[in-house]
Design a protein around this ligand. Structure first.
Ligand code: ASP
Length: 326
């Protein structure tokens, strides 16, 4: 018997065709995408649905919580794996949210395309087929949410969009992809252990501000954040987690009012915790109450903090959650 696969389409370039108004826009749904790849019929019994049909910058965190709930409900009825089709602009965020929200061993695979559905060399069909093959493979179980494009298989916590155009845009700069789809099946070269999941039923993440430290910034935005109604904030510091000396007390004041997580604006690598002793460096900022994000990017740290803040966690609970990604 063939495995049962849920395919959910949220939109994105993979669904886009030229519109009368000019440019390409989301058009195709999951059923059309599936029927355009006949080889999928040999991979799985597919249940296709199109809960959204938008460009991925317009996806909301509520949309993704809804997707997580749909996947968990499908898994409860015996579906063996799920493929989520969406725009590539926000895949690194969606995949990490689904990784945090969908519990259990069954694979969830997010895919998309860098070229429109009618473009010469469109990469959507190959990506969809590869994603389906990964999602039904026993070897993919227990790895959480994966991202498959260009035959690479990435872990949600590491993957980043790194180019605006190329089909090879997705990288996991910290450690590389977990595996590759070769001769129609996934080959894994590394495995990761899952980190604790958070309930999809507890609602969407709370609003978390994401700020990037920049040379010469006068801190007026940082100083305003705590009064804007955010439940927390993530600061992407310079290097291993550093800001101008004058910004340190501003961030300390923020951390006395709302939880503040310290990530890095650098493409990859963990923030430090015990190396630099100057004002505005990581030891100073952590001493002022900021929580180090480990190796999570600012984008991913914002999602984890937002989900944690659905409860009223103390600093220790937040620090423990982030220490899994140290
Ligand atoms: N702007 C598109 C989107 O994210 C890009 C893509 O799908 O590749 O929806």
């Amino acid at each position: 018997m063939k495995p049962r696969l849920l395919v959910l389409s949220l939109g994105g370039t993979i669904t886009m065709l030229p519109s009368d108004a000019g440019g390409i826009t989301p058009t195709l749904g999951a059923a059309e995408l599936v029927s355009s790849v006949p080889a999928l019929a040999e991979v799985a019994e597919i249940e296709a649905a199109s809960p959204f049909r938008v460009a991925s910058p317009s996806l909301t965190l509520d949309n993704l919580v809804d997707v997580a709930a749909r996947i968990e409900a499908a898994f409860a009825t015996g579906i063996d794996g799920a493929v989520v089709i969406q725009g590539t602009d926000t895949i690194e965020e969606s995949a990490f949210l689904l990784d945090l929200l969908v519990a259990g061993d069954k694979p969830v695979v997010v895919t998309g395309a860098m070229r429109g559905a009618d473009a010469p060399g469109a990469d959507g069909p190959a990506n969809l087929l590869a994603a389906a093959r990964v999602a039904v493979a026993p070897a993919s179980r227990g790895l959480g949410t994966l991202v498959v494009l260009n035959y690479d298989i990435h872990a949600a916590r590491f993957v980043q969009k790194s180019h605006t155009v190329l089909p090879s845009a997705f990288l996991s700069p910290l450690m590389g992809p977990l595996g590759t789809v070769i001769e129609g099946r996934p080959r894994y070269y590394a495995r990761i252990t899952r980190q604790p999941c958070l309930a999809a039923t507890a609602g969407p993440p709370r609003p978390v501000a994401l700020l990037r430290a920049a040379m010469g910034d006068d801190t007026r935005l940082m100083a305003a954040v705590a009064d804007l109604g955010y439940a927390g904030a993530v600061i992407e510091g310079m290097g291993a987690g550093h800001v101008h000396a004058d910004a340190a007390p501003v961030l300390g004041a923020m951390a006395r009012r709302i939880p503040v997580v310290l990530a890095s604006r650098v493409m990859t690598g963990p923030v430090f915790t015990e190396t630099y002793g100057y004002a505005g460096a990581e030891i100073d900022l952590i001493g002022r109450g900021l929580v180090p994000a480990g190796y999570l990017s600012g984008l991913k740290a914002r999602l984890l903090l937002g989900l944690l803040l659905r409860d009223s966690p103390d600093r220790g609970v937040i620090a423990d959650a982030f220490s899994c990604y140290g």
